[in-house]
Design a protein around this ligand. Sequence first.
Ligand code: HEC
Length: 157
Amino acid sequence: MRRFLNRLPVLAALACGVVLIGWQVDAEPTRATMPDISKLVHYTTVTRGEVTEHIMTTREAIEAVKAGKPIPDGTHFALVDYRDGEVYRYFIMEKGPGWGADYDENRRTGDWHFQWYKPDGTINTAENTARCQSCHSSRADREFLYTFNDIRRFEFD
Ligand code: HEC
């Protein structure tokens, strides 16, 4: 027992280390998952210098915006950022029932969660998605979307 007690600080330090490493790996977990990009409708492209962004969402979301209705839960938005013809990163938004309650009032962006996925489909754990929310919060009157009006203008083939 004595020997065990002597080792306790070491064990505690180890346990903390494991928790810390675990926490770092999931630095910014959110509920926003990677969608099946091939199933989304590409409704607008934004180019800025070397960057080409293909912006896409579901047909249902486009129809809802056009009809002036709320975007349905389960909707994904993807901003596929291309540099030199290759995917550089995926910026994802996903909306789910009551998801906004995960955040306090100051941070909340409706029921939208944000995530930055790398081309290999893993999360960029260095990002704090509070930054995404902070910028997108200025579009609260347009479903937190910057390209809201592009959706309204978009015509299906
Ligand atoms: C400084 C402001 C700013 C920050 C920070 C930001 N965005 Fe955006 N986002 C924009 C703008 C502006 C657009 C419209 C496209 C463009 O002009 O590049 C946009 C577009 C999008 C879109 C397409 C839907 C829409 O709103 O039009 C998604 C998805 C998106 N951002 C996700 C993210 C994610 C995920 C993050 C964080 C990793 C993030 N954004 C951080 C400004 C921002």
